[in-house]
Design a protein around this ligand. Sequence first.
Ligand code: FAD
Length: 482
Amino acid sequence: MTPPTIVWFRADLRMSDHAALDDAARRGPVVPLYVLESEGTGTRFPGAASRWWLAGSLEALGRSLAAAGSPLVLRRGEALAVLRAVIAETGARRVVWLRRYDPEGMETDRAVKAALRAEGIEVESFAGNLLCEGLTLKGREGKPIKVFSPFWRAAMAVVRADRPLPAPARLSPPATPPATDDPAAWALRPTTPDWADGMREAWTPGEGAAQDRLLAFLDRRVGGYKAERDLPGTEATSRLSPHLRWGEISPRQILYATRSAAESEPGIATAAEKFLSEVGWREFSWHLLIHNPTLPTAPMNPRFAQFPWADDPAGLRTWTRGRTGYPVVDAGMRELWRTGWMHNRVRMIAASFLVKDLLVPWQTGEAWFWDTLVDADPANNPASWQWVAGCGADAAPYFRIFNPVLQGEKFDPAGTYVRRWNPELSRLPDRWIHRPWEAPAGDLAAAGVRPGETYPRRVVDHSVARDRALAAFQSLKGEARP
Ligand SMILES: Cc1cc2nc3c(=O)[nH]c(=O)nc-3n(C[C@H](O)[C@H](O)[C@H](O)COP(=O)(O)OP(=O)(O)OC[C@H]3O[C@@H](n4cnc5c(N)ncnc54)[C@H](O)[C@@H]3O)c2cc1C
């Protein structure tokens, strides 16, 4: 009998468009394996909200694999030790996986590949988590591209919208199925207290839900994406980010389905390309991380290492709890706390508020998002924080400081979003909804708002904070200045 192949799943928790699973299924028995790599080994350990997602995603994948014939094996530990144990238990002679691109993960994979090959095991890795493996995308001078538009043009010139691989219909199990951990012992879900109610209401992890979400988006919303994607009060974006983060859907599946939808309905083609270019930002973030392994901790623009950040734990607490007194910032932070997700426009506003109005280091905000986002992504999260802070690639210049009132009035003019997440302000007239501190006493009383009691007063005055931020920025010497 052919010895089994181990398919090592990581952030690619799907059966379709999975080249490694496809390869294994064609050869003989398959051992699907997920390793919860010990903290400090492999990829950055997921935060609390992501662990909640991971629990659901593993369950969904486990159900699909079992239905196809070979159940998922769960193990915890250091990857090489786990793989050696599963090889010994099953007699596997081949290990396959889809490549990952974070520096720690790549280092682990190189070491695992070398060690297993030295022990006579065949090891093969496949592409599948990015449209273009960023390593190959170089600019004219042969250096990695640092600006999004030329990056995406170069990517689009080489990427083909090939038909994705189908999921294998049948998997044959190994003759000696290995033991599997009880996932409850991993404690991925919160118990005391169980704070995941809002996430359960908002999301269904898993490949099936990801495909449903993509189809619903292409069916009903993609046509309005370009015009409405910045309006947090409207459900205009795909909300595919946690599914993409965990690889429940591949970018190739998104590209193929989106292009196919646009071919059959040319009226949506422009909006569809806009949507795909946002998926391109994900590619760009990974490209940045590959070329800048310290992206999560160190500013890409080294001048920012000298930035005079403030030590403001009280300010930080108002931000994490959604109590800054700026309604759009608070709405975003509360949406994040409840659902594990925040609209992109509001992520930009809330992040800018932390970094520029409160002068809290972007790394602190990145860490909070890492713990609270269901889509917390090793590349997108630090790249986006650096972008907002003005120290990243192709970043918003530091001196362009978001005004949370004007941003709110522009993108949530009737306060639909702000009222949803700050119900204590829900009866304020539109005119004051983004600036309650300017509302006349009569309007406040009629709306039941008591500043400092039912809704917090502003933690800072934005115009004063803006000047402080600009002064801090001016103190930097050299290239970081406008
Ligand atoms: C401070 C900050 C932190 C962020 N942290 C994360 C993170 O940890 N994980 C994450 O996936 N996204 C992050 N983003 C990017 C973006 O906010 C989310 O990807 C987006 O809101 C997800 O919603 P959606 O799936 O409906 O997006 P859609 O608009 O439907 O876009 C489709 C997909 O494209 C990708 N995408 C869209 N916008 C961006 C972007 N600006 N940068 C990178 N990829 C993008 C995502 O994978 C997304 O699912 C962050 C943005 C900011 C400003």
